[in-house]
Design a protein around this ligand. Structure first.
Ligand code: GUN
Length: 292
């Protein structure tokens, strides 16, 4: 059984990004820049934003973290996005999700300029992804596929079971896997799927993004399958740090039947951040090319 760490590959990609960021600086006299907006004080979101800031510092991307109070109005958030869209010194805009319930998430995402949408969540980028056109691609699905490539795990003609139908992971990942360069046969399970075990059991590759610790057990997994755990739940404990992270997969039991699996943490998470760095640099170069 191979443990598929994302840390080392992510570090390599960030080094490549650092070189590209340096080229951008030489050509344009400023660094690529990313604006990250966090509304409210969700501890998991705060931790993710901190991770993104650290990566930007390492790579040489200028980051602007904008922290807004949880009662910020939708109108104020939309106004801020309008300003960032027009700001020629901002290349990427990321609104950390989830947003407080009084804010319409779709409306906010749709307001981001597709050229600066480094999450790849706008309808324009999602639509282009589905069609198979070049676009900014959501970071977690992109990171998962990059990781499979790096470990030499092909998706050609494989049965892939995705658990979770979110716009962040499940839906874009399914769209990418069914393209002609990936050639997978994809099943997407969700909270109202009749018999998730049945679908997982038939899969060569299982990708779970639910947020329910220990939900995938060894009895559900086909011997020799590849298991990718995107689920990440913050568990408060009595440790010095105060918490630890747990994935959707019961690591101990599943590791005895699968051929390869990602750990939590140090699996998919670092790849998501590395892909965000890549997307920000890609957006920066493309905006300059198009003089936007
Ligand atoms: N919340 C959880 N994952 C993500 C992500 O990839 N991007 C954004 N914007 N919010 C998230």
């Amino acid at each position: 059984m191979i443990i598929l760490f994302g840390t080392e590959l992510a570090a390599r990609i960030k080094q490549q990004c650092k070189q590209k960021a340096e080229c951008f600086f030489t050509a344009n006299g400023r660094r690529p820049s990313l604006a990250v907006i966090l509304v409210g004080d969700n501890p998991s979101s705060q931790s993710y934003v901190l991770g993104k800031r650290k990566a930007c510092d390492l790579v040489g991307i200028e980051h602007r973290d904008i922290f807004l109070q949880s009662h910020t109005s939708e109108a104020d958030l939309l106004k801020l996005i309008d300003e960032l869209n027009l700001n020629e010194e901002v290349d990427g805009i990321l609104v950390q999700l989830p947003l407080p319930s009084h804010i319409n998430e779709s409306k906010v995402i749709d307001r981001i300029s597709p050229a600066k949408d480094v999450d790849g969540f706008t309808p324009i980028n999602m639509g282009n992804l589905l069609i198979g056109n070049k676009c900014l691609v959501p970071c977690t699905p992109k990171g998962i596929l990059r990781m499979l490539d790096d470990y030499g795990i092909s998706t050609d003609s494989k049965d892939v079971c995705i658990i979770g139908r979110s716009n962040i992971v499940g839906k874009p990942l399914a769209a990418m896997l069914m393209q002609k360069n990936r050639n997978a046969t994809v099943t997407v399970c969700h909270s109202l799927t009749n018999d998730i075990s049945h679908h997982v059991k038939g899969a060569d590759i299982v990708i779970t993004a639910v947020g329910k610790p220990g939900m995938i057990k060894s009895s559900m997994v086909k011997p020799g399958a590849v298991v990718i755990d995107v689920g990440i739940t913050m568990i408060e404990d009595g440790s010095a740090k105060g918490y630890h992270w747990e994935g959707d997969v019961d690591f101990e039991s599943v590791s005895s039947v699968c051929s390869a699996m990602t750990p939590v943490p140090r699996g998919v998470g670092p790849m998501t951040i590395a892909m965000l760095m890549e997307n920000t640099i890609e957006a920066a170069f493309r905006l300059k090319e198009r003089n936007l």
